[in-house]
Ligand binder design. Sequence first.
Ligand SMILES: [Zn+2]
Length: 463
Amino acid sequence: MALEFDLVVRGGTVVNADGIAEADIGVSDGRVVAIARNVGKGASEVEARGRLVLPGGVDTHCHIEQISGNGLLNADTFETATRSAAFGGTTTCVSFAAQHKGQELIPVVEDYERRAQRGALIDYAFHIIVSDPECGSLEEDVVTLAERGHRSIKIFTTYNIRLDDTKILQVMAAARKGGDLICVHAENHAIIAYATERNLAAGNTAPKFHATAHSRLAEAEAVARMIRFSEFLDQPVLLFHISTREGVELVRQARQRGSRVRAETCPHYLLMTSEELDRPGLEGAKFMCSPPQRTQDDQEALWQALALGDIQLVTSDHAPFRFDGTGKLANGPDAPFNRIANGMPGLEVRMPLLFDAMVSSGRFDLCKFVEVTASNPARIFGLEAKGAIRIGADADFAIWNPDRKVTFGADDLHDNVGYNPFEGRTVTGWPETVVSRGDVVVESGVISDSYGRGRRVELKPAI
Ligand SMILES: [Zn+2]
């Protein structure tokens, strides 16, 4: 009998955000061409009986091979980051092309494009970080990049790449011209700077004071302001990494009055509290990220917001810095909290942590898990061929063993960070086989070495 497909995934339970079915999947030329019982033969076959076949994860917030505001290159290349993502069941990632002062936007984006093209194992896209809107011709450059499929702009209200209110409005207006989504890191810079000074003056330099310096009110203030800016210009905004109950409530109220505001959170806000930072010496620095982890009450508010749809997606905010002189300890072993790089690895643990905390725990059903980890991110950013298993979509799958238990080790991730902030935690459910555009990239703990096979996907957010 002739081979009908390049690849068949046989006998699995196929899960989408809108339903579950027992079916085989036929793949040709990297796309899904059949979903039915007993499809014909494939040139290769993956046995999925007793397994769940889910859309590959879509992680729309990760920092890869990026130079940060303070000049540090983060620890991951496109090779190491996308390898790590694939091991964790993620098949599409959106990282950042970061403009710094005095750089023109288009060459910055082209530089990141070249590096990703060489290294990426899975598909990818970029957010454009705008930190100097007066360099070059903002509107023209944004429109040119939008025509090439770069249609997401990230701005900061804090750090040294922050924009003031006037510039934020300029960038939002340019985004409207390009049909871009605006993503914001929303924390009030003045509050953080003030609280940081007060802490340092009192001798409070340990990592745990990072959490008090990044006051929850700094998030509430900036979230409220960015929502109003979005309303003022009728420009859709995605609020990154909401961490507080106050942030959730502001987003909920805005959405109830019809604002075009969306919000994400991350596993470390759902599963950790600021107590993680309270460890001897600089050990707590491993857990430092911005905004910081908060309280159990905030976790409850975030879970509820996910259940109600006030928060639509959960991303990793993978921000890799090694716990040594190249990363977290670049300013020495006695550095005060404000001189330690912020961020944690998360690309590889995001999906397993959430499968465990959502599905295995019984908190949400499988469809909801797919919705917040794959379908919603794909839909919000207009990744039309991603986030669902349907005819014509890219054949990106994660095939899960829902019963497999894994306990995270100290240094078991496949990124280049060297530590796992979730060490010691046991999760139930694991993505054992991962398929990207019809290619099996992870199988039985072994990864493909076809670095550079990943392709850039165009963003078409619904604006
Ligand atoms: Zn981030």
